[in-house]
Design a protein around this ligand. Structure first.
Ligand code: CA
Length: 242
């Protein structure tokens, strides 16, 4: 999924045993452009979560089998998915406990579906911002090479590397598509945004310079690999989420 642009409507899992509430929430969410899947018990919620991989969970506190708290804790063991608790209890203590076990927000019953939708939108926006922030940092080989596409900083072993704008653009183009071999023509057009004008070896000298700046051993490169007869490919390995 990484690097893909997701245009699908975010999927919301609604967990609630009161059919009427489920129907109302479902129709409001669908009218707001979300896809909705439902569960009427705690165990069904865990099954649906695994099968549907929702972007957010609306979780009722009072369920027939497991409690909402137990479901919340079980979800937290496997995921950081945003969770909004629905609770009939207005006591502050219950609300605080709900947040402590890992819920992101809570809504007390009776609630306005419109307000619930607004909360969901706000939480999903925050989650998207976080993802974008994480996605702006490319890290390779256990953090040996990092590229921050927000600040345009490239570091090797934590040390800032000075790249020219063209070198930076080429490196980012390659690093963002680690499995793709780029021809020189593609690197000029996609990487540098310039028109390709026939036989051109300027890319080669850019690559040579980048290698001298980022490769531990420029003679035996591991980040920018030559694909003979074709062009270049990125060889850095993404590991963990450093
Ligand atoms: Ca209930």
């Amino acid at each position: 999924m990484e690097g893909m642009i997701i245009n699908q409507a975010p999927k919301i899992l609604v967990v609630e045993d009161e059919v009427k509430i489920v129907e109302v929430v479902k129709s409001y969410l669908e009218n707001s452009g979300y896809t909705v899947c439902t569960a009427y018990s705690g165990r069904e919620a865990l099954d649906k979560f695994a099968a549907e991989d929702p972007a957010l969970v609306v979780l009722d506190l009072m369920l027939p089998d497991l409690t909402g708290e137990e479901v919340c804790q079980a979800l937290r063991q496997r995921s950081r998915v945003p969770i909004i608790m629905l609770t009939a209890k207005v006591e502050e203590e219950d609300i605080l406990r709900g947040l402590k076990i890992g819920a992101d927000d809570y809504v007390t019953k009776p609630f306005s579906p419109r307000q619930l939708v607004a909360r969901i939108q706000a939480i999903l926006r925050r989650a998207e911002d976080r993802t974008a922030l994480l996605a702006s940092l490319l890290s390779f080989n256990g953090g040996e090479l990092t590229i921050d596409t927000m600040t345009y900083e490239v570091k090797r072993d934590g040390q800032l590397v000075n790249l020219t704008p063209n070198e930076y653009k080429l490196l980012v183009t390659l690093a963002k598509h680690p499995n793709k071999t780029f021809t020189r023509e593609e690197l000029i057009e996609i990487g540098l945004g310039e028109e390709f004008s026939g036989y051109d070896r300027t890319i080669d000298s850019h690559i040579k310079n980048i290698r001298h700046k980022i490769e531990p051993n420029p003679k035996n490169p591991k980040y920018i690999l030559t694909v003979y007869g074709i062009g270049y490919r990125f060889g850095g390995e993404k590991r963990g989420d450093q």
